[in-house]
Design a protein around this ligand. Structure first.
Ligand code: A3P
Length: 333
């Protein structure tokens, strides 16, 4: 079980114009690009990170001590993090909240997955340079957007497990576009799609280059399949029950025969489905401590929605970069 009440974040979380001396020192030395919203992106060791997350990234790298039993969900933004947080949480806690224990109300019914499975660099280590994580019982379920090469050393060196979820870059890009349109003040209008596509293809996106993020974990998963599980959003959509069993095996909580017979897999999928989660009051009207509305994490939840927003030519542009960057890796969407 995870701690249920996150400490509220600084109210200036979404703003980039509020100065912190430590951040200023680090920022002044890094190349910068305009971000999607109020924050700029900074090139930090080969990846474009939102400047408002940099303190959290550095603190996490310096202080986070992985335990061998830890399970870390890793994603790029808008790849389906919210869904997988819910599924992993439900998988790990299924004994406590089973049908045979009806008096225990499932935490996913009243809390957003991002509150139950917090991000390291965006939540825990941004709020506090060295947070007290003792309230997390083992195995700790945590999340990060960090690329493989930027993970805290203890994560790479310990036997903890990483579940990496990625998504077709065209859908990821469009999902990101929608998300940042919501964050933008209405008077500024929509984020210009073509301009952003250009940046995305030039490697500039939050936690990107997207291609390098995916490639780093793909390589790690090929070399250490017992440590890194590589999952695609599209596979989750196409055959969720196979993928949930794969996830359960990987985190060391395989389904027993009785669970397979009594519909536990289907129950978890129902609980974590787009329709169920997005209809819950907490996800309709709640907010994260950062001020981001929970409902913004639930838009359509489909594979292939990019065709409704991008021309074939724009899609081909992303395909071209994908082919070039992933050439020889066996990776494709
Ligand atoms: P769309 O914008 O394409 O709908 P993240 O959680 O990493 O921010 O990703 C958000 C994306 O995951 C959004 O994609 C969102 O709708 C989708 N999503 C959220 N919950 C989901 C669920 N339970 N099942 C499938 N997709 C989900």
């Amino acid at each position: 079980m995870q701690p249920s009440q996150p400490t509220p974040l600084n109210e200036n979380y979404l703003r980039d114009d509020v100065k912190s001396p430590e951040r200023e020192d680090l920022l002044s030395s890094l190349p910068s690009e305009e971000g999607w919203f109020q924050t700029s992106l900074r090139l930090y060791r080969g990846f474009w990170l939102p400047s408002r997350h940099l303190n959290g990234v550095v603190a996490c790298q310096n202080h986070f001590q992985a335990h061998p039993s830890d399970i870390l969900l890793v994603t790029s933004p808008k790849c389906g993090t919210t869904w997988l947080k819910a599924i992993l949480f439900a998988l790990l806690n299924r004994a406590e909240y089973s049908d045979s224990n009806p008096q225990q109300r499932h935490p996913l019914l009243t809390q957003n997955p991002h509150d139950l499975v917090p991000f390291l660099e965006i939540r825990l280590y941004l709020q506090n340079k060295n947070p007290d994580l003792t309230a997390f019982t083992s195995p700790r379920l945590l999340a990060t957007h960090l690329p493989y090469s930027l993970l805290p050393r203890s994560v790479r060196d310990s036997n903890c497990k990483l579940v990496y979820l990625c998504r077709n870059p065209k859908d990821t890009f469009i999902s990101m576009w929608h998300h940042f349109n919501k964050l933008r003040p209405e008077e500024r209008g929509q984020v210009p799609l073509l301009e952003r596509l250009d940046k995305f293809c030039r490697d500039v996106s939050g936690y990107g280059p997207y291609w390098d993020h995916v490639l780093g974990y793909h390589k790690a998963s090929s070399e250490m399949p017992e440590k890194v599980l590589f999952v695609k959003y599209e596979e989750m959509k196409a055959d969720p029950s196979v993928q949930v069993r794969r996830l359960a095996d990987f985190i060391g909580r395989p389904f027993i025969e009785e669970e397979l017979r009594n519909g536990t897999v289907e129950g978890i999928l129902r609980m974590c489905s787009f329709d169920n989660l997005s209809a819950l009051e907490v996800n309709r009207s709640g907010k994260l401590p950062s001020g981001i509305e929970n409902k913004w994490f639930f838009r359509k939840g489909e594979a292939g929605d990019w065709v409704n927003y991008m021309s074939a030519e724009m899609g081909e542009r992303i395909d071209g970069v994908m082919e070039e960057k992933w050439h020889g890796s066996g990776l494709k969407f």
